[in-house]
Design a protein around this ligand. Structure first.
Ligand code: ADQ
Length: 477
């Protein structure tokens, strides 16, 4: 089937968070299944100069009274054809955060629609987040091109209808008060990235004011859990690590821990419990909860804490101030660094994700793959991917807490910190986490069924591979 992914991010070229990981890895898996998947991405000024791109555009077009060109290349380390949408508004180094993001991405989405009508016609356009929200609206009048719209983050909904009318024009039939709302109405199928979050967003607590719309289109909304590429995130071959290891060589992790402590200026104490967070610094990720308990937790235990992330200036300042008081025990790295993130997953003992809401979460999947035990709040995809540790039955893959309350996080941290001191059961927990199937194996089959259900083609038979190890779709205990 011909499928075009349209997205603002695709790993490893352009990644600001989890969406890039998904588009970059899912496209590769679906292609291996036999689909002709291609990606349509802005031609950012930050793309590596070493990327070999066609010298001439494969197509020139115009949208919103602006001309643009489309260049072709291949997503590195894959065989996925990649179309790069070139216009000066994407020449800068940043993916997001410009004043005219609403204009830039609406232009990008409209350009993608033009490209599909005029150059490469897919059977399905798989749109990711609000940046691509106008595509289902336009394709409403092209019944031979179906659309799937995936919500990675409902909190960002794009320009309002009034703003859209200011910067471009909307078709006469368009309904919806902003870009995301319009996309939800007109897409043939809407997915989000975990079954639990798919249900939660139909409620006022998680619906971001779109809960009524989402409940009313409930029969076309589906939750499919994210995966990661196990070959890209593989501690036994990861070149970013000082020492590679497998689940049978957990002792080798100590070398990574010592090296990480040295790199970050932390005291080089092998026994110190090293807690990590690799995250965007936004309200969603529960940073306020962490700030409420971390001081006390560090004061009462011998733990260490490392955070790698960028985002809200307020959180950055608060974390810096705390780090200054815990010199040698707390390190705050305010930058985006993929290699460092891998060294953190490989060298720290636990990965903290006390999210206020979490559509799926990629960080806990990578952490588990690297034997870094996740500590998560039971919300969204964290419910579906992390099973609570049960010491009596020696089951589970991480530590979980329910309520978004400082005391609940604190108690959970203390429980995990105590658990760390029982070396054998801790290693067994790490092993279970590492052997959990966090790949796309099952979810790619779900996407395949979804694509077949929206296209007119007969169901394609996809060979069922062996079901690998423990399923990430955990049962709560
Ligand atoms: N400073 C930094 N340096 C290096 N790497 C960093 C980094 N900050 C974050 N990362 C990496 O970015 C990714 C973050 O992915 P998440 O899924 O956890 O969150 P995000 O909110 O961005 O994704 C949204 O989309 C994804 C994909 O659907 C959903 O899983 C998620 O719930 C939703 O909020 C991880 O791979 C993490 O390692």
């Amino acid at each position: 089937m011909r499928i075009l992914f349209v997205a603002a991010e695709a790993s490893p070229l352009a990644k600001a968070g989890g969406m890039g990981v998904v588009t970059g890895s899912l496209s590769k898996v679906l292609r291996a299944m036999g689909h002709d998947v291609r990606i349509f991405l802005p031609y950012y000024g930050s793309l590596p100069k070493t990327l070999k791109v066609s010298s001439c555009p494969v197509w020139d077009g115009s949208a919103m009274f602006e001309k643009f060109s489309v260049y072709e290349t291949v997503l590195p380390e894959t065989d996925v054809p990649l179309y790069l949408f070139q216009h000066s508004c994407f020449d800068g180094p940043h993916i997001y955060g410009l004043e005219n993001d609403d204009w830039r991405f609406t232009f990008f989405a409209n350009g993608a629609a033009e490209f599909c009508w005029n150059h490469w016609k897919p059977q399905i356009i798989h749109c990711h987040d609000w940046h691509t929200g106008m595509i289902p609206v336009w394709m409403h009048q092209s019944p031979d091109i179906a659309t799937v719209f995936t919500i990675h983050n409902l909190a960002y909904q794009g320009p309002s209808r009034a703003r859209l009318e200011q910067i471009t024009w909307c078709p006469w039939y368009m309904e919806g008060h902003n870009t995301m709302a319009a996309a939800l109405r007109y897409a043939d199928r809407v997915t989000t990235v975990s079954p639990t979050y798919a249900e939660q967003i139909k409620t006022p607590a998680y619906g971001e004011n779109l809960e009524e719309l989402l409940a009313s289109i409930g029969d076309k909304v589906l939750g499919i859990i994210n995966g990661i590429d196990p070959t890209s995130y593989d501690p036994s071959v990861d070149a970013s690590l000082p020492q590679t290891y497998s689940s049978a060589e957990l002792d080798h992790r100590k070398i990574n821990k010592a090296s990480l402590q040295k790199e970050l200026g932390l005291q080089e104490r092998p026994q110190a419990w090293l807690v990590s967070m690799v995250t965007r610094l936004v309200e969603q990720k529960g940073i306020d909860l962490v700030l409420q308990v971390l001081d006390r937790f560090l004061a009462y235990t011998d733990s260490q804490f490392v955070l790698l992330g960028t985002g809200d200036r307020y959180y950055e300042t608060q974390l810096w101030q705390l780090a200054a008081r815990y010199s040698g025990r707390m390190s705050v790295q305010l930058l985006y660094d993929d290699a460092l993130s891998r060294r953190i997953y490989a060298g720290s003992d636990v990965a903290l994700m006390p999210s206020r809401f979490e559509p799926c979460g990629i960080s806990q999947l990578i952490a588990m793959r690297y034997g870094c035990v996740p500590i998560v709040r039971r919300t969204g995809g964290l419910v579906d991917t992390v099973a609570h540790y049960n010491p009596r039955h020696q089951t589970g893959t991480g530590y979980c807490f329910d309520r978004y309350e400082p005391l609940d996080l604190y108690t959970c941290l203390v429980r995990a910190w105590e658990g760390y001191h029982y070396e054998d059961s801790w290693q067994a927990l790490q092993t279970r986490a590492m052997e959990t199937d966090v790949s796309w194996e099952q979810s790619s089959l779900a996407y395949n069924r979804l694509y077949n259900s929206v296209s007119n083609l007969p169901l394609e038979s996809i060979p069922q591979k062996n079901q690998a190890t423990t399923s990430a779709k955990a049962t709560l205990e």
